[in-house]
Structure formats: C-alpha cells, structure tokens
Design a protein around this ligand. Structure first.
Ligand code: NAD
Length: 697
C-alpha cells in the first residue's frame, strides 16, 4: 500500500488521507496512491461516502516541483481527477491551508468541498507561463461563471475560503483547525441526507448564464494592458471560453492543446527560471545555511529623504520600530509627514485600516540625536551620495552604536570598504541597497565589503526576507550589479541618440522587449540631475566621460517628471511621457556642435547595443565574482529594474538569444562603435568558443 496515500474507514465514511510533506504536492507517488485508495473506497461496501483530506499543514498545494522537467509518469493528474469525479459514491474534499493549482483541480473533481475558514484556494499556473491543465479551466467556470473564473485563472491570485464560498467554489466553510473532523461531519451529512453524486462536469447553469456574452472580449481587451507582452493569460481566456462553446470532453481536449502551447512557449521557460532563481538566490554560495544571524528588533535610519522614509516603512510594516534621524528638525518633520501621507493614501485605497496607519506611525521615532542609536540592532544610512558625508556619519555610528550592531549604507555607487574604513568594525559594515520607491520595489541588493563578516551577510539576507524583499548578495564595485549594468545601457542609449535615434525610438525598443518603461522615461522618473551630477563628479576625477545632450537638459532645468520636463514633457498630474519637439531641437543642436551627421538607426541595432552591452557587463561581473551566479544578475534585474520575468532576466535571455551570437556582435561593436564597454568579456568569449551557456556555469 502507498506510503503517502492511505485508505481507512470511520463509520460509514471511507477516508483517503494524503501525507506527503511538506505540501502534499502531486508527485507520482501521490497520484498513483490516490488511484489505489479510490478503488479501495469503491470496493469497501461499508463506505457510503468518501472523504479526501490531507495531513500536515495544507491540502494538496500543487504539482511536485521536484518532478519538473522530467517525463510524466502515469497516471496523469487529469486521469486521477476523472476517476475521482466518476466515483459512484459521493466524494467530499476537506480543504485546509492552500488548495493550489493541481490541488484545487483535484478538489474540483470531488463532488462536494468544505474548507476551513483559514484556507485559501487558487490556480497560480499562469505565474509560470502555463494554464491549469487538469480540467481547472473547464470545471471552475461551471461553479463560478465566466468572470470569476477568468479573474482567478488569468491572475493566478488566491481567494480566501469566504470568497470561495460566495463564488460557489466550496459548499461550506467551517471554523476550527481540524480539516479531518470538519470533513467527516460534512460527509456524514451527505450520507444522512442521501445527497447525490454531484459532478462539476455535468453542471451547466453557470455556463448558460454567460453563454454568448461579451465577457471574453472584454477580458481580452483588459489583458492587453494588464498582461502586456504575456502569452499564457490569453491562452487562459481561450481555455475558459472553450467551456462555454464546447462539450466538457472537447473542452478538456482544447485545454490540453492550449496547455501544450504554453508549455512550448519560451515565456514558460523564462518564468520557470525566474521562479526557481528567486528561491535559489537566498542560498548564497560559500555562506553556510547554518551561519548564525543576529537578532534585529530595532533599526536606526540616517536621512529621512526619498530613500530613508521608504526604507523606514519596510520595517514598521512588519512591526520593527525605527529611529529616524536628520540634522535639522525641518527635514525630519518633512520626512515624517511624507511617510504619514503614504500610509494615509494606502488607507484611502482600503489597503490598510486607519488604526494600522496610527500603529505604524507610532513605531517611527523621529530624532536629531545619535545617542538614540545606542541600542539599535541595525543602522541604515541614506543621506546624500557623498563619500565625505558618509564617512563622517559612519565615524559617528562607530562611537555610539553598541557592539554587534550592523552598520549599513544605502549608497548606490560608493565603495563600501572606504565607508567601512571610517569605523573600527569593518566586519559589521555592509551595503543594503534599496530601490526607489523603497517601500514598493522588491529588490534588496546587499553588498558585501571585503571585511564584512559571514554573520552580517547572513543577517542582512535574512532581514530581506523578513521585510518581504528579495535579497541578492553582491560584491563591492562601482554601481554593484544592477546600476553597473544600467550605466552601460544608459551610455549606449545616449550614444544612439547622438548618432541619430530619437529617445522615443530607443524607449520603444525596450518597452517592446517587455520593460515597463524605456531608458529615458526611467531617467525622467529618477531625475536627470542624478546622472548629471554623477557625470560631473566623474569628469572632476579625471574620467573620460563624453559630453552628452542629457547635460544640456539638466542645465536648462529639465530635470524630469519633477519639473514636468526632461527627455519628455509631462502634463500636470500625469506621468505619461510625451515626446517634445524642443528636445529634438536640442539634440539636433548638440549633434551640430559635435560635428555628428545623424544616420538612420534600426531597431535591431538599438536592441543589440542596449542589451548586449548589459550582457557583456554581466559576464564581467560574473568573471570578477561580483555576482556569484547568472541567476543573481537575473533576479536583480527582474526585481530592481522591471526586466520582464517571462524573459528570465538578462543572462537567461542571453542564453535564449545565443551566447555565440552575442559574442560575435559584441566583437563587431568593439571594432566599429569602440569603447571599453565593448571589449568582450573573457567569460563571454570562453562560453562562445566552448558552445556553452550562462545557465551551464
Ligand atoms: P535625498 O536627498 O532625498 O535624502 C537625503 C536625506 O539625507 C535628506 O533628507 C537630508 O536632509 C539628509 N541628510 C543629509 N546629510 C545628513 C546628515 N549628515 N545626517 C542626517 N541626515 C542627512 O536622497 P535619496 O534619494 O534618499 O538618497 C539617499 C541615498 O540613497 C544616496 O546614497 C543615494 O545614492 C541612495 N539611493 C538613492 C536612490 C534613488 O532612486 N533616489 C536609489 C537607491 C539608493
């Protein structure tokens, strides 16, 4: 008898119990165990109804990721569900935890469903570029009607037990935490009331209600915006629509075909890579999993500006009190007021309650005195990007903070080792690079200095999880991983405009690739002055930074969205970039000054120059060990810069384009465009020569 699925009987109820930790995933053992337990139940004459229930923390929570990419062993899930649904004895599913993906599909194959109030259900396949392929798209709309099924299947979002009851997905919701007892009671009623076998595949009322309505067209129209560039959400709509136009059996066939189209799509590969990479990124090579982490129960933040305020919100959101320090009362008041305004806005949108606004604000302790930092466990400095100021602050922190406190900087470009040198405890100093807006963006680039201790590295990675960020541990260099690559893309994009492209042409190539915004729309968002002051600083340090039409914009006070004019112009209260003929004239004038005759630039050249330069830089970053693995770069770009997850991140994308193709083009640009950014990375050259991919590293 199967180890993981057991059959037993309690009175008149035959109980099928799945026990396959940690999440009762639908492995081969579970699928075949379900088949045999089901047939035992069928032949057990004393059993009048069957109950399907799971041990452990959850009902079946989906496919077994350990079997991903391997050939499917019979019985397939659809066959198991068909057998359950075909049972002549009523089958009741008792749901606790999360019934997800194949787990919910299995429950939909049962004749009745009862859930604990704490349970959640959902069909998240779309998040991996797929659609529910075991009848989910055919059965769910038969219970909920078209709209709810489309919403759940195209977003992959979970719904609570209460919502599932309202939507008709479950038949009853019960309090308590004993799914087995709740299930037995429900199955007992099924027997006592002689309730019939109720097969979802035979229910037609909901289908009739939506047949011929324009809900599918409406949904597709909505998705062109919400799911821009994505493949599988549209296939999900096709599959659900099939439930309304075909018989159940033909609908199942159509679902299978559409599922296979998704399986074969490169987007699925990208999304699956992103999914696994996100899990892998927290396991840092060379940092043992049992490295002790420090307790962090209070935080000090220096600087209550754009970043400091956003960073503070992350901590108070999870109940960690924050001392927020500024030099002047006025700046402090301003910073605190912005935090309050952000929370008030969330409350207005119904995301948090007014009580929560007050609870969170109460955890913010504004201060002008470093002595308030004497007992905090972690300090994050977020003042102006200026080495002298930062060093002075770290000297101060060294004096006031208790031994063992972690001292972090949110610098985007400065040398962590030099900052650490201002203290007597460089082992406790680390970079914690948040992205703007810091309360929203999921990436936390944790930067290790040469002396940062393992304990501190492990602690900041653990902290990332606690504040619901995706932490990536990277090495110390100019711009670290993300901005270092971004700077290369930015320089190339700017040069392309020098040579003849328009900013909107460059941006369109990037948004067509799936970025939410292009290079120049992003510069306008961040502020044209930021890049300008960095370039000025670098020129002062003797670096050879070419003149740029962007400098002219900054000098004219066109600083981006904040002045309603930058590379684009903006209407009051609207963030939509509008191409501006004044900027075209400024660019034309710049070209004249520089003696450049503009030429026609193809979209393909823009794509290659903007993207391959990043891949080449990424390869250098890997060579130098600044990023440990290609997946660290991929996750940085997906969560910090909106790289389309369905393309898997820049290094995964490079493998899909072909390392050799990229190498050859990089070499060509080295000869034609020139500049050290086009010097092929040795790693890229080696992989191309060996016919290998980044994924194989
Ligand atoms: P900001 O100008 O909005 O805020 C800086 C704040 O620090 C100001 O409120 C200022 O009053 C305060 N400050 C200055 N000197 C101080 C001192 N000695 N003691 C206490 N407070 C002091 O700047 P920002 O955009 O929040 O950037 C802060 C840091 O974050 C910089 O290192 C920047 O490179 C980095 N960063 C910025 C972004 C971004 O997009 N803005 C993203 C990531 C990282």
């Amino acid at each position: 008898m199967s180890e993981v699925v057991k059959y037993s009987r309690e009175g008149e109820i035959g109980v099928i119990t799945v026990n396959y930790p940690p999440v009762n995933a639908l492995s081969h053992a579970v699928r075949s165990g379900l088949m045999s337990a089901l047939s035992q139940g069928q032949s057990d004459d004393a059993a009048k109804a069957l109950l399907l229930v799971c041990d452990g923390r959850t009902f079946v929570a989906g496919a077994d990721i350990r079997e991903f990419g391997k050939p499917m062993q019979e019985p397939g899930l659809a066959a198991v569900i068909d057998a359950v649904e075909s049972s002549d004895k009523p089958v009741v599913a008792a749901i606790h935890g999360t019934a997800l993906g194949g787990g919910l599909e299995l429950a939909l194959g049962c004749h009745y469903r009862v859930a604990l109030a704490s349970a959640k259900v959902g069909l998240p396949e779309v998040k991996l570029g797929l659609l529910p392929g075991a009848g989910g798209t055919q059965r769910l709309p038969r219970l909920t009607g078209a709209r709810k099924a489309l919403e759940m299947i195209t977003t992959g979002d979970f719904v609570s037990a209460g919502d599932a009851l309202t939507a008709g997905i479950v038949d009853a919701v019960e309090l308590g935490n004993d799914a087995r007892a709740v299930g037995l009671a429900f199955a007992g009623e099924v027997v006592a009331d002689n309730l019939p076998v109720r097969r979802v595949r035979d229910l037609n009322d909901q289908l009739a209600a939506d047949k011929g309505s324009d809900v599918f067209e409406q949904f597709r129209a909505g998705l062109t915006k919400k799911a821009r560039g994505l493949f599988s959400p549209f296939k999900c709509v096709d599959a659900v629509e099939a439930a309304f136009t075909l018989s159940f059996a033909d609908g199942m066939k159509r679902e299978r075909e559409l599922f296979m189209e998704c399986m074969d799509s490169p987007q699925r590969a990208g999304l699956v890579h992103a999914f696994f990479a996100e899990r892998e990124v927290s396991k840092v090579p060379g940092l043992p999993a049992d490295t002790p982490v420090r307790d962090i129960n209070s935080v000090g933040i220096v600087g209550a500006g754009t970043m400091g305020g956003g960073i503070a919100m992350n901590f108070v959101n999870v109940g960690i009190p924050v001392y927020l320090l500024e030099v002047k009362q006025e700046a402090l008041d301003k910073g605190v007021a912005i935090i309050r305004k952000n929370y008030e806005n969330s409350a207005k949108k119904g995301r948090i309650t007014q009580d929560q606004v007050e609870e969170r604000m109460a955890l913010i302790r504004p201060t002008l005195a470093y002595t308030d930092f004497s007992d905090v466990d972690l300090v994050i400095e977020a003042v102006f990007e200026n080495m002298a100021v930062k060093k002075e602050i770290f000297g101060q922190l060294d004096k006031v903070c208790k031994p063992g406190a972690i001292l972090a900087s949110n610098t985007s470009t400065l040398d962590i080792d030099e900052i650490a040198s201002a203290t007597q405890r460089p082992e406790d100093v680390v970079g914690m690079h948040f992205f703007s807006p810091a309360n929203v963006m999921k990436l936390l680039e944790n930067v290790r200095g040469s002396k940062t201790s393992d304990e501190v590295k492990a602690s900041v990675m653990a902290m990332a999880k606690r504040i619901k960020k995706v932490g990536v541990l990277v090495g110390n260099c100019y711009g670290f991983v993300g901005n270092r690559m971004l700077h290369q893309r930015g320089a190339e994009a700017t040069a392309l405009v020098n040579e003849g492209a328009t900013p909107q042409q460059v941006d369109k190539v990037l948004t067509d690739l799936g970025f939410p915004m292009g290079q120049f729309a992003m510069s306008d968002l961040a502020g044209i002055d930021i890049g300008y002051s960095i370039r000025k600083e670098r020129r002062k340090n003797g670096e050879d930074i070419p003149a740029s039409w962007l400098d002219k914009l900054a000098e004219q006070g066109r600083l981006g969205q904040k002045t309603q004019a930058g590379v684009y112009k903006y209407e009051e209260g609207n963030r939509k970039p509008i191409p501006d003929p004044d900027v075209d004239a400024l660019i034309a004038e710049f070209r004249k000054e520089q003696g450049i005759t503009p030429r026609e630039i193809t979209d393909q050249e823009i794509l290659e120059r903007c993207m391959y330069v990043m891949v080449n830089e990424g390869a250098k970053i890997l060579e130098e060990g600044v990023a440990a693995r290609p997946l660290d770069i991929d996750i940085t770009w997906i969560y910090g810069y909106g790289f389309p997850a369905y393309r898997g991140g820049p290094m995964f994308w490079a493998d899909q384009v072909g390392v050799k193709t990229i190498y050859d083009t990089v070499k060509r640009f080295h000869d034609t465009v020139g500049g050290k950014q086009w010097k092929p990375a040795a790693l890229l050259e080696r992989l191309a020569a060996d016919g290998k991919t980044f994924g194989e590293l």
